[in-house]
Design a protein around this ligand. Structure first.
Ligand code: BT5
Length: 274
């Protein structure tokens, strides 16, 4: 969309039509504005909505990232989408869903820009700039999973000058790179299709089956990384992912460290994305 053009609302009816008969997205809610599509999808989860129910908003007033960070969500340009999942897996496996979501999002973005890469755990970068972030949140019932909400934000038609100043050199919209407006419904349809198929593969065969695919999307193996897990900083060489989705790092002193959560900076490569 060029600056100044009349804003066009997300065509939720077209998305429902595209997803008719599929498990992910045939049941879609739309908000012109909401605080966070993840919050709206969590509400649906508590009300008993089925797996695959989707919430899309044209703008978020409190779009959120991890660790209390925010997700810039200006109106009508981008995709802010959350999906309700009800996986019958152990609570301990739930963090792997975030990796499945990141892989599916990267694969969808690659349909438009094949050089997009996945940065552990949840960012999609193009030329070092962040085009997408995902936030997967779990609601537990005792020691079982009640439901999971996967929230996906993708910068689609936002121009460089529409980002807040602090994001301008760190973030990018897909249309800036393709040179043409991205059809938001087509993108959402591609994303939900990828997610449905990777999620099913994950449920039937486990994360270890998806691990090579994840690693190929990330190109992280062998790179020199700096990781901040909130308590400590680690520097070393990425060995890849464990079968459980944790990141394996060869520290400079030769020891191997497993990282469960944290922020990654690639020291010899692309930018941090945050
Ligand atoms: C994320 O967190 O990247 C997860 C973002 C998830 C957003 C989706 S939108 C639909 C759903 N509803 C929600 O409320 N959330 C989800 P994190 O890894 O913590 O990165 C956050 C950081 O990314 C911020 O601190 C900024 O530096 C940067 N950032 C914020 N908005 C951005 C944007 N639009 N594009 C690129 N980078 C952004």
């Amino acid at each position: 969309m060029s600056a100044g053009a009349a804003p066009t609302a997300f065509d939720i009816v077209a998305l429902r039509t595209a997803r008719a008969g599929k498990r992910f997205g045939s049941f879609c809610h739309y908000f012109e504005t909401t605080d966070s599509t993840n919050t709206a999808a969590q509400q649906l989860g508590r009300e008993g909505a089925p797996e695959g129910a989707v919430v899309v908003a044209d703008a978020q007033t409190q779009g959120r990232g991890r660790l209390g960070r925010s997700w810039s969500s200006p109106p009508f340009r981008n995709l802010y989408l959350s999906i309700l999942l009800r996986p019958s897996i152990a609570l301990a496996q739930a963090p792997q869903i975030a990796l499945v979501v990141g892989a599916a999002t990267t694969e969808a973005i690659r349909e438009w820009i094949p050089r997009a890469t996945l940065k552990w755990p949840n960012d999609v970068l193009i030329d070092g700039r962040k085009v997408s972030g995902t936030l997967t949140e779990l609601e537990a019932a005792g020691d079982a999973i009640a439901f999971v909400v996967a929230g996906i934000g993708v910068n689609l038609n936002i121009g460089d000058d529409e980002f807040p100043a602090e994001l301008r050199d760190k973030a990018v919209g897909l249309s800036t790179l393709t040179g043409t407006e991205i059809d938001r419904v087509s993108f959402a349809d591609a994303l939900l299709g990828r997610l449905e198929s990777l999620y099913d593969m994950f449920l039937t065969a486990g994360f270890s089956t998806l691990r090579p695919r994840w690693e190929a999307l990330s190109g992280l193996r062998g790179r020199r990384l700096e990781i901040d897990d909130g308590r400590q900083r680690y520097t070393g060489q990425a060995l890849g992912l464990g079968d459980d989705g944790t990141l394996r790092l060869r520290l400079d002193d030769g020891r191997e460290q497993t990282i469960v959560a944290g922020d990654v900076t690639v020291v010899d490569g692309y930018a941090t994305g945050r």
